[in-house]
Design a protein around this ligand. Structure first.
Ligand code: SF4
Ligand code: SF4
Ligand code: SF4
Length: 412
């Protein structure tokens, strides 16, 4: 089996195919701290792609309440348990060996889902959820928990829950693609979006079993498997609204909480993100390291990244987002001048922002956070499209616009 490099694990691993055939990679950052669980994203996807017979239980985008919620129910605890049983006591990180570029989170010393499988009967450890587990996407919504019992200190809360927004991660090393015996699941070379060819699929559900995030789903009416398609017509720029320029997906652009930013990043021969300092996603993931992969230890190198929630006990976050959690929360809680500006790009335009620049503005005040004082500036962040044309301009301070007197009574 070929060896590929997984930078999220800081090491090589086995994977069925050679990596790195893409020109660009579909990627996104979700800021968990801002999500209000309005489910607008969920309905935007549902009403666009999965409203037909046989798709009733399909939610390509879902937002679940952690720690108890899950769609399908218990998806993450089940796969974590299978991995622990296959590698008892071994699923740990060596966060000490740091190479900031090749291994920013250290090295994962445990086994990926590909490495705990026998490679003959299964290429990846997994399971097929029961029909009942798919029926309750909102189970335990807004249900809090209270652990650890020993007490915590701010910003962590002892009673807590948070919302986890989930779509297909369009993984660099997708388990669904590796597991498909008919090569019906595939990864597009132009943008890394993972699709299932409906003409080739015979509904064996190997992708459903193998995807650790459970984002490949079986459709009984067609007897094929389907999944999030990354809204590829929009990403290709075929939506008339943007005159042929790449556009963010339905679930991203509909987001009420402005928690989502999606784009296309440059990737190299080994599937790694190439340095692209002024791409906002590259900046958030590789420069500020404020956004982290979900369960990187599974080994698929997912391309949706999360700014972790500040109030959740760290042990829970470490097992979910890996060793980068403490630094990411510190940077988000006390952001640099540049980070504060880049965060304004979230949901400022429907077109994909390929690069940004910042124009410095005047000082507007001082802020004391945790005993540290920092200056605030009203900088302007400017986003550019794939052609280098300006598409958006946002200031850190929200402008105050006074309604003219003649509209005061809303009668005209
Ligand atoms: S999240 Fe699952 S369905 Fe999506 S690409 Fe990764 S392995 Fe495949
Ligand atoms: S990217 Fe498109 S297809 Fe995928 S979950 Fe979002 S709206 Fe649905
Ligand atoms: S639309 Fe945005 S804020 Fe609302 S649930 Fe979805 S991700 Fe959260």
């Amino acid at each position: 089996m070929p060896k590929v490099y997984n930078w999220q694990l800081g090491r090589e691993m086995d994977y069925r195919f050679e990596g790195g055939k893409q020109e660009r990679q579909f990627a996104a950052v979700f800021n968990i701290n801002r999500c209000i669980a309005c489910q607008t994203c969920t309905m935007a996807c549902k009403s666009t792609w999965t409203f037909s017979p046989g798709q009733e239980l399909m939610w390509w985008n879902n937002v679940e309440t952690k720690p108890y919620g899950g769609y399908p129910q218990h998806w993450d605890t089940k796969i974590l348990q299978l991995q622990d049983e296959a590698d008892p006591g071994g699923q740990s990180w060596n966060a000490g060996a740091v190479d900031p570029k090749r291994a920013p989170y250290g090295q994962f010393d445990g086994k990926t889902i590909f490495e705990t499988a026998d490679g003959v009967q299964k290429v990846a450890t997994g399971y097929i959820p029961t029909e009942d587990e798919w029926k309750t996407p909102n189970i335990y919504e807004d249900t809090a928990t209270r652990f650890p019992a020993g007490g915590v200190s701010l910003p962590e809360h002892s009673g807590w829950f948070f919302y986890l927004q989930r779509i297909c991660n369009h993984c660099t090393y997708p388990a669904c693609v590796a597991a498909c015996p008919r090569n019906a699941a595939y990864k597009r070379e132009e943008d890394g979006i993972v699709l299932i060819d409906q003409n080739r699929c015979r509904g064996y559900r190997k992708c459903v079993e193998a995807c650790p995030y459970k984002k490949s789903m079986y459709r009984p009416s067609t007897r094929t498997s389907e999944k999030c398609i990354g809204c590829y017509p929009r990403v290709e720029g075929t939506d008339p609204l943007t005159n042929g320029l790449p556009m963010e997906t339905r679930c991203m652009t509909a987001c009420i909480g402005k928690i989502r930013l999606q784009g296309l990043v440059k990737v190299g021969d080994g599937g790694e993100w190439l340095e692209d300092r002024q791409n906002p996603l590259y900046y958030l993931v590789h420069v500020e390291k404020v956004a982290l992969p979900l369960y990187p230890q599974f080994g698929t190198q997912p391309n949706v990244y999360y700014i972790p929630p500040r109030w959740v006990p760290r042990d829970y976050l470490h097992q979910m987002f890996g060793p980068g959690v403490d630094a990411a929360i510190e940077r988000y809680s006390n952001p640099s001048r540049e980070l504060l500006a880049v965060l304004q790009l979230f949901r400022a335009t429907q077109e994909i922002v390929f690069t940004y620049k910042i124009e410095q503005g005047p000082k507007t005040g001082d802020l004391n956070i945790g005993g540290k004082t920092r200056e605030l500036f009203n900088d302007t962040v400017i986003g550019f499209d794939s052609q280098g044309k300006e598409i958006v301009r946002v200031t850190v301070d929200e402008p105050l616009i006074e309604r003219p007197d003649r509209y005061a009574m809303n009668t005209i």
